[in-house]
Design a protein around this ligand. Sequence first.
Ligand SMILES: Cc1cc2nc3c(=O)[nH]c(=O)nc-3n(C[C@H](O)[C@H](O)[C@H](O)COP(=O)(O)OP(=O)(O)OC[C@H]3O[C@@H](n4cnc5c(N)ncnc54)[C@H](O)[C@@H]3O)c2cc1C
Length: 457
Amino acid sequence: MTADVIVIGGGISGLATANGLLQRGLEPLVLERQAKPGGNAISERFDGFLMEHGPTTFNASVPGASEHIGALGLLENAHDLGSDVKRRYLRDQGQLTGISAHPAGFMLSNYLSPKARVSLLMEALRPRKRGDEEESIHQFTSRRFGREFADKVIEPMAAGLFMGDSKCLSINGAFARLADMERQHGSIIRAILKARKGSEPGRHLYSWRDGIGVIPRVLVQRLGKRVKTGVAVLGLRKTTRGFEVKTNTGMLQARAIVLAVQPHVAAELLEPLDVEGANAAAGISAPPVNVVFLGYRREQVDHPLDGLGFLATKDPSRIISGAQFLSTMYEGRAPEGYVAISAYAGGARNPELAGWDEARLVAETHHELSDLLGIKGTPVVQRTRRWALGLPQYELGHPGRVVHLRGTSQRVPGLYVTGNFLSGVSVANCLSNAAETAAQVREVLGGQVTGLPSKTG
Ligand SMILES: Cc1cc2nc3c(=O)[nH]c(=O)nc-3n(C[C@H](O)[C@H](O)[C@H](O)COP(=O)(O)OP(=O)(O)OC[C@H]3O[C@@H](n4cnc5c(N)ncnc54)[C@H](O)[C@@H]3O)c2cc1C
């Protein structure tokens, strides 16, 4: 086996980068320390249920997302959201409120006070921000839409999408498109209305019968022996011909390296080669996240589960920050007559939950869901996934950190960084970043593709 480029990390970012390199005529080798590739995109079927340990949904509204999926031959068998997904729910002060998925949903619901609803509409008339001082998501949305909307809608959204805190996350880092809309159009509402004009309603969220795990599976099939599992990279060294890679199974060499690992690992591996990049990666935290998957017989649950699930406002007496009604969202998540719910707890809101034992976590989650959804009895199946390092937090200062990380390839020619901590945490963002990284590597390696022997000791 020879390799031009060693890709460190066999999650979706690493696998997709390697696939992009292969398509461009380079010979990649992916090194993954776990026994199975895929990173946190793990779909597990048991007893007729399908649990997603990480991502559940592919977000096709990211530019180019469906093209990447199409290129993998996965577009035709993608499943849209089920027809019973009619509303989104928000939990505030122990109560669930259903809000229609219609764009005017918040105006038609009494979840927000009348004053907050007027303030929401006023966004279209508010002046554009002056100056370029970085704002948190909470500051930005309070300024544009009003404080109540920021507290009761955006804060739960940040906790759900990023498992983060809207007062710490950077608007330019986490929701760069919103900041751009204000810059370009002066108002988010006006920008959305303009974008909608003449555009066809499209599919935005989808998955597959066997879950998101089909994406890494297809990538691994394409890469074949170019993916090595159980190989942990311990260190990197620059040589005259490229890089020497120290692993738990020996030394390897490559002309170029792509780091597609979590930020704390990137920080360690970059340290001896690029202190600037290493410091930037070390500044990105990823608090622990707990996924609790519970299955019930349909008749145990009073609630119609007629939505995606719910997001929750901060509440010191509760641990769930969001939940998804998986069996309503997509086919094949639970056997006939049963339902499947995934609840998320931890993140920046409750990092201390990492210290809870599994039994306590499941019991508390079941208790909170029972209260909200009118569940009787105990779950028929239960399973948890504890991510010690969950989603990377795009906190204030993140855009600057990304500039340092993207600069790694200039400071250390042949060394690239990709992954979910640069410009979007979603799987779709990871695919886009991976395609860009593969194109950059190809451009730089150009005609110098050599097929170096990969094993030297
Ligand atoms: C609970 C949860 C729910 C999510 N929900 C969604 C969702 O619904 N939709 C969505 O689009 N996104 C979602 N995401 C985000 C998305 O899943 C991730 O951002 C994406 O899968 C990250 O892929 P990655 O390859 O960049 O990183 P990872 O999946 O973290 O992969 C990094 C890989 O590097 C390997 N590695 C680390 N160190 C080394 C080393 N030294 N040597 C070799 N290998 C190493 C790791 O073992 C790992 O496999 C979710 C994430 C989580 C955690």
